[in-house]
Design a protein around this ligand. Structure first.
Ligand code: UDP
Ligand code: MG
Length: 308
């Protein structure tokens, strides 16, 4: 008999968790499961609510972080503590519809290693977000060797084998979408229409999404470094040709060298490209620095796991 561990990162989800658990209970009457709530340093009463749910329901486990470590860290903590032979990751805000779960579990029993949800529409989201996300997928897939599926979510059921593989990538900079894709395995994509949050607000601003995209790219490809080299090489060649051109012009036609504007443009262009390249280099250095410090991905303050 299958046992499903459901990993649920929660950040200020006081209005959602109870509804979430209700839905799960209704959907999974025929299954054995545990729900692992990870309270990611919420500042509202999420923890108290989860604690109460755990007191009255033996299927509910929780882990509470000492502060906000981010969704990716919460997922990692949940996966480490999942005991099921099937492991599921899903959001607390019911944007990941629990009624897809039976179909996902079914797909695994058909022989797939992973059953993952894919949003087919982004109804109800601002146009900038849609455009930005489309651009991100195009860019990411162009520069990395991974092929992210557009609309793919973190919502998935996987076998223990896949979950263990994900845990082997114990890096500090965790971009889950990339990690899930990187480990491979046979995935069945299950499509669904975008759902609005039941309560609260998404914590993502445009600026955060932008930063997240940069992190994702830096975490999974070093192509930007090669682009710097490529740009540098092209500019050097062009500069050399231009130099030869000026020398010849001076020697043969005795044309005096002129052009303040040209000089300014060149200096500014080169300065810009140099700063950009240093920035790219710096980004990789930053990531390397953070990885080498080997800090824990999360710190647990309180949990009911291993209580018995
Ligand atoms: N979340 C988290 N830590 C954070 C931010 C979000 O654990 O720092 C959780 C949040 O409670 C939710 C899930 O991650 O269960 C997705 O967050 P959100 O709904 O804000 O993101 P979106 O659905 O817009 O991608
Ligand atoms: Mg959400």
């Amino acid at each position: 008999m299958d046992f499903l561990s459901i990993v649920v990162p929660c950040y200020n989800e006081e209005e959602s968790v109870t509804m979430f658990l209700d839905d799960i209970q209704k959907t999974l009457v025929a299954f054995d499961y545990e729900v692992i709530f990870i309270n990611d340093g919420s500042s509202d009463s999420t923890l108290e609510i989860i604690r109460n749910l755990a007191d009255s329901n033996p299927n509910v486990k929780y882990i509470s972080f000492s502060r906000n470590f981010g969704k990716e860290s919460a997922i990692y903590a949940g996966l480490i503590n999942a005991t099921g032979n099937l492991v599921c990751v899903m959001d607390a805000d019911l944007q990941h519809p629990p009624n897809l779960l039976p179909e996902m579990i079914e797909a695994i029993s058909e022989g797939y290693d992973v059953a993952a949800a894919k949003r087919v529409s982004k109804k109800g989201e601002p146009a900038v977000n849609k455009l930005g996300s489309r651009f991100f997928y195009k860019l990411f897939n162009a520069v990395s060797s991974l092929n992210l599926v557009e609309g793919a979510t973190d919502f998935r059921v996987m076998t223990r084998q896949v979950s263990d593989a994900v845990l082997e990538l114990s890096e500090y900079n965790r971009f889950s979408k990339g990690i899930f894709q990187w480990v491979g395995f046979e995935t069945k994509w299950i499509e669904y229409e975008n759902v609005k949050r039941v309560a609260g607000d998404s914590t993502w601003s445009i600026w955060q999404l932008f930063k997240y995209s940069i992190e994702a790219i830096v975490a999974f490809t070093t192509v930007p470094l090669s682009i710097s080299i490529f740009l540098g090489a092209i500019i050097s060649v062009l500069a050399f040709i231009y130099l030869a051109f000026i020398v010849v012009k001076y020697l043969i036609y005795s044309d005096p060298v002129q052009g303040f504007a040209t000089t300014m443009c060149t200096i500014l262009l080169l300065g810009g490209i140099q700063l950009l390249s240093i920035g790219i280099l710096g980004k990789y250095l930053e990531k390397t620095y953070k990885e080498t410090k080997n800090r824990p991905i999360f710190i647990v303050k309180e949990t009911n796991i291993n209580d018995e």
